[in-house]
Design a protein around this ligand. Structure first.
Ligand SMILES: *[C@@H]1O[C@H](CO)[C@@H](O)[C@H](O)[C@H]1NC(C)=O
Ligand SMILES: *[C@@H]1O[C@H](CO)[C@@H](O)[C@H](O)[C@H]1NC(C)=O
Ligand SMILES: *[C@@H]1O[C@H](CO)[C@@H](O)[C@H](O)[C@H]1NC(C)=O
Ligand SMILES: *[C@@H]1O[C@H](CO)[C@@H](O)[C@H](O)[C@H]1NC(C)=O
Ligand SMILES: *[C@@H]1O[C@H](CO)[C@@H](O)[C@H](O)[C@H]1NC(C)=O
Ligand SMILES: *[C@@H]1O[C@H](CO)[C@@H](O)[C@H](O)[C@H]1NC(C)=O
Ligand SMILES: *[C@@H]1O[C@H](CO)[C@@H](O)[C@H](O)[C@H]1NC(C)=O
Ligand SMILES: *[C@@H]1O[C@H](CO)[C@@H](O)[C@H](O)[C@H]1NC(C)=O
Ligand SMILES: *[C@@H]1O[C@H](CO)[C@@H](O)[C@H](O)[C@H]1NC(C)=O
Ligand SMILES: *[C@@H]1O[C@H](CO)[C@@H](O)[C@H](O)[C@H]1NC(C)=O
Ligand SMILES: *[C@@H]1O[C@H](CO)[C@@H](O)[C@H](O)[C@H]1NC(C)=O
Length: 515
């Protein structure tokens, strides 16, 4: 196996799917797994079933416009080769997906690549923060939630097997955009795109908060497609327009960071533009802001790991002081359209690194130095206390203080209906145009259904034809010439060689100006 099978990933941020939006479809609430996972904090994961028979894995929602275009699941090499000594590795990484145990796994359509379907991950944003990796691409059946939870199933969905420790858990990509690989037959639908395609969503939108293990009792994360949960946030009226940089669409202006000790200087005094990205754990800030945190709270900078440790003494002092950090943010791009405050207690920053990152649990303060304004990032740490509602049809989003309702309060899901869509039966304010739009929508939906039916028949026929041949995917004896090359494990030992310096990783990532 040579380098030539690792093809650079190209991102096509084409427009989101609209044709099959369904005004009558309810918003889709994805239940949390009720488990805390992670090696750099305790994060609330969500269950997803992949393959036939279904294998259940736990993954974290990924808000990134680029890396969030596909479902990522950890595969066995992520333990056997990458973490051979990690205790309970499978459980620690949210359980593994084994494609060779799935009868519906397929690498068909991953064309022009006789060596198999290993490509770099689409980490346009994340690679700038030192997070990247390769993935084993294929298609399989994906069902949200646990068996019996009555959530949708998507067939032939793009599934990416990952093994890098840069992303310790898999990712449930929330991006509605298509993913375009240079060697794929056309753009690949995201999870949301596939839900829309099946007329299962009223809009291209999601709402997410990460959950907070430090609350008493701990409150798990909340994830909704096509709407939001009114019990999980405090509305503030802030509406932020998506940024022009399509890879950092969830960009806000961070006006200040202060903490509530009388007379203390602001930690951040000068406004910066910063992107929200749940696929990153920490908060990436200008170096001088990190210095201010370090001084104020006696943090210990670790040169090798480029992160801040918290000594027992500093921790005790922080607990005693119990500072609250107020992040004041609003519309990016110099537009003053009001601002809102998101408050994070010290507990939100009181995280531990665990194995395999460190041998013994180690307290750290999840801020990172950013030399470059293109990498300022509000990671998952921030999303413990913030609720984000993103509407890709209207190209706006909101950030609000997360609420932690007691278990006795049940969720209250409101749906977001895409502009121009009418719920069937509801009166439109401008009768004629509403009716016309509804007609168009129905027409398009019927058209898509006819096309889908045709495709399905064609697919079934070609599948029947295929399945009469020996099925080498099931480990049969007969192997189509060259096909054994596609078995990912045959090349993994070559992939996980020595640690590669960060500078070299960037070579795998397309330049930012791919528009
Ligand atoms: C996807 O990439 C191919 C080849 O690079 C290109 O021809 C095609 O137009 C792209 N599709 C979209 C939707 O950008
Ligand atoms: C839905 O999926 C089919 C088959 O994959 C595809 O041809 C079609 O373009 C998709 N439709 C939309 C609206 O995305
Ligand atoms: C739209 O959603 C409603 C409610 O879930 C469903 O009954 C209907 O079949 C959907 N329409 C299409 C075209 O799938
Ligand atoms: C599937 O692959 C794993 C390693 O990824 C291997 O240990 C196992 O034996 C394989 N199982 C089958 C049925 O081929
Ligand atoms: C992906 O695999 C290629 C080929 O083995 C390797 O050169 C590259 O460093 C890998 N990328 C990452 C991010 O590990
Ligand atoms: C930081 O630590 C030093 C001793 O290591 C101590 O004198 C000082 O009071 C501490 N500062 C804060 C703000 O805790
Ligand atoms: C400012 O916010 C209001 C709603 O609060 C919104 O209608 C308006 O479009 C926003 N203006 C800009 C420039 O984003
Ligand atoms: C972990 O802690 C134990 C006991 O406190 C100590 O003996 C050991 O050296 C530590 N290991 C590392 C890698 O720091
Ligand atoms: C974090 O690690 C410290 C030791 O560095 C330990 O005392 C503490 O209990 C750990 N916290 C959690 C939540 O595991
Ligand atoms: C910031 O990073 C980008 C991408 O790595 C680079 O092109 C740019 O030159 C950097 N800007 C500065 C001021 O260092
Ligand atoms: C987007 O804008 C519309 C109208 O301009 C507004 O009603 C809606 O609340 C905004 N959505 C979000 C998530 O802020």
């Amino acid at each position: 196996m040579g380098l030539h099978s690792i093809l650079v990933v190209f991102q096509a941020l084409a427009s989101v799917a609209l044709a099959a939006l369904n005004a009558s479809a309810p918003a889709l609430s994805i239940p949390s797994a009720q488990v805390w996972d992670g090696d750099d904090g305790q994060w609330s994961t969500f269950q997803i079933q992949v393959g036939t028979p279904p294998q259940t894995v736990r993954v974290l929602p990924g808000t990134s416009a680029s890396a969030g275009t596909a479902l990522w699941v950890v595969i066995p090499v992520g333990c056997t080769s990458v973490n051979p000594t990690l205790e309970n590795c499978e459980g620690e990484r949210g359980e593994l997906f084994q494609s060779n145990l799935s009868t519906t796994w397929s690498t068909q359509n991953l064309v022009n690549n006789p060596d198999g379907a290993i490509y770099s991950l689409n980490t346009v944003e994340e690679a700038g923060l030192g997070l990247s990796g390769n993935g084993s691409y294929g298609y399989d059946t994906v069902t949200f939630g646990l068996p019996g939870s009555d959530l949708p199933t998507l067939h032939d969905q793009l599934v990416v097997g990952i093994w890098t420790d840069d992303f310790f858990l898999g990712s449930l990509g929330l991006s509605p955009y298509t993913l375009n690989l240079s060697s794929f037959n056309g753009p690949q639908e995201s999870l949301m795109g596939a839900l829309v395609n099946q007329s299962l969503l009223p809009s291209n939108s999601w709402a997410y908060t990460a959950g907070a293990v430090y609350q008493d009792p701990p409150i798990f994360g909340s994830l909704t497609f096509g709407g939001y949960d009114t019990t999980r946030y405090n509305p503030n009226g802030l509406t932020v327009s998506f940024a022009n940089d399509e890879f950092r669409d969830l960009l806000v202006s961070l006006k200040s960071i202060i903490y509530d000790t009388a007379g203390s200087a602001p930690l951040l005094g000068q406004e910066i533009n910063i992107a929200i990205n749940s696929m990153v754990s920490e908060i990436w800030l200008p170096t001088e802001v990190c210095d201010a945190f370090q001084q104020a709270f006696n943090l210990t900078f670790n040169e090798q790991g480029q992160l801040y440790f918290v000594s027992e003494e500093a921790h005790r002092s922080l607990i005693a002081q119990n500072p609250e950090f107020t992040f004041s943010l609003g519309q990016a791009g110099g537009i003053n359209n009001g601002s809102v405050d998101i408050v994070l207690p010290y507990a939100a920053f009181d995280l531990n690194l665990t194995a395999p990152i460190v041998g013994n649990d180690t307290r750290y303060f999840p801020i990172k130095r950013s030399e470059n304004s293109t990498t300022y990032t509000l990671g998952r740490t921030f999303l413990q206390e913030a609720y984000v509602i993103a509407d890709y049809d209207r190209k706006n989003f909101t950030v609000a203080q997360a609420l932690f309702p007691p278990a006795s309060i049940s969720q209250n899901i409101e749906k977001i209906v895409a502009p121009g869509l009418q719920e069937s039966g509801s009166k439109s304010s401008s009768g004629l145009s509403g009716g016309a739009i509804a007609g168009i929508v129905v027409g398009v939906v019927v058209g898509v259904l006819i096309i889908l039916a045709g495709l399905f028949l064609w697919w079934r026929r070609s599948r029947k034809a295929r399945s009469s041949k020996p099925n080498n995917e099931l480990g049969g004896q007969q192997v189509v010439p060259g096909r054994h090359e596609m078995e990912p494990q045959s090349k993994f030992h070559e992939l996980d060689g020595p640690e590669i310096p960060a500078a070299e990783l960037e070579a795998d990532v397309p330049p930012r100006d791919q528009k």
